[in-house]
Write a new protein. Structure first.
Length: 137
């Protein structure tokens, strides 16, 4: 993984995100997944972030995103979910008729999500590294 730089920062931050459809409805087809990839890539660029990996099943998606320290994960997630829901329903109007969406006030995504930090050294190695710093006397 390549370190990234900002004006006053060097960083290497990744987050694994998982979004689940409302009521675990099995909504997504191959065409939906390709559209979602493009939407997620655009939203990430707007946040000066990058979609590193993406895949989906019928009822959930996985994203691996590299992001700068100034980005709030919750704001990024809100934009990813909100924009994808709106645009996917515009591109594929039949999604609004799907049972899990139509019975949920037109919501595509469950309000919850998973976010996990990834990459870098394992926690045990990092803890040892910090413990072994030469503390001034």
């Amino acid at each position: 993984m390549q370190k990234r730089t900002g004006r006053h920062v060097v960083y290497l931050m990744h987050v694994h995100l998982v979004f689940v459809t409302k009521k675990r409805g099995k909504i997504f087809t191959s065409a939906h997944v390709e559209a979602l990839r493009k939407i997620f890539e655009t939203v990430c660029k707007n946040f000066e972030s990058e979609l590193q990996e993406f895949n989906a099943e019928q009822d959930h998606v996985h994203l691996l995103v590299t992001y700068p320290p100034k980005v709030s994960i919750s704001k990024l997630v809100n934009s990813l979910k909100g924009t994808s829901s709106r645009l996917l329903k515009q591109f594929f109007p039949e999604i609004s008729n799907f049972w899990s969406v139509s019975r949920s006030k037109n919501a595509l995504w469950s309000p919850s999500y998973f976010a996990g930090s990834v990459g870098g050294a394992p926690l045990s190695v990092l803890k040892r590294y910090i413990e072994n710093q030469n503390r001034p006397l």
